[in-house]
Design a protein around this ligand. Structure first.
Ligand SMILES: Nc1ncnc2c1ncn2[C@@H]1O[C@H](COP(=O)(O)OP(=O)(O)O)[C@@H](O)[C@H]1O
Ligand SMILES: [Mg+2]
Length: 193
């Protein structure tokens, strides 16, 4: 209990409050995988973090939204609101959302706070994601059953200067996680074991 309190105290002291790790990338790139791995790492360090995942949002808070550009922007806006609510209560937020638009990611960053926002580009080619096809979506897209699919007929604007750039087709999940952890350690003076 003491150690937990001490860790939390250290975070609050170092960061004033807390921060958001925002993972962006196309479907199947590895956002949810890395978000979960990161949350596990935090947990092992007795640090609480809360995940805001695209699929969960779509099933609940954002179930009224579709996949038009406008709806995707609204989806991103709501995710940023949830992340900020989490941060305002002193907790770390991990957002894993395609979030295809540069301007809206920028808005999220400004809304949450520039120094509290870590943009992680989960970078994987369309071809590799199609090969993985975790959710069977790519098969449906190729068969013409899904429209407005990111990377196909809906745009993905890759970050130009992400805080962390992970090429998941080239590095292991473990290495990807380590890249994020190193950046967090450097930026927020946290030491994660
Ligand atoms: N280096 C890697 N980083 C992350 N995921 C990877 C990597 N290599 C393979 N994968 C696999 O790719 C898939 C990514 O799926 P997921 O995390 O659900 O993607 P997203 O949330 O971006 O749609 C998982 O099955 C994961 O095991
Ligand atoms: Mg996901």
């Amino acid at each position: 209990m003491m150690r937990l309190l001490y860790t939390l105290y250290t975070i609050m002291k170092n960061n004033n409050t807390s921060f958001t790790i925002w993972l962006t990338g196309i479907s199947g790139a590895g956002k949810t995988t890395l978000a979960n791995a990161l949350q596990t790492q935090f947990k092992e360090n007795k640090i609480i973090s809360l995940c805001v995942d695209g699929d969960n949002l779509r099933n609940g808070l954002c179930q009224d939204l579709g996949y038009t550009d406008l709806d995707r922007k609204e989806n991103m806006r709501r995710a940023s609101c949830v992340a900020k609510m989490i941060n305002n209560q002193g907790q770390i937020a991990i957002v894993s959302l395609i979030s295809p638009f540069k301007a809206e990611r920028e808005k999220a960053k400004n809304y949450i706070g520039e120094n509290k926002f870590l943009e992680v580009f989960v970078d994987c080619s369309y071809e590799e994601c199609l090969k993985r096809d975790v959710k069977g979506l790519y098969k449906k897209v190729e068969a013409g059953f899904i429209n407005q699919f990111t990377g196909k007929d809906s745009i993905y604007e890759a970050p130009e200067k992400p805080d962390v750039h992970i090429r998941t087709g080239e590095v292991t999940i473990e290495t990807g996680l380590q890249l994020i952890v190193s950046e967090i350690e450097a930026r927020y003076q946290l030491l994660l074991s």
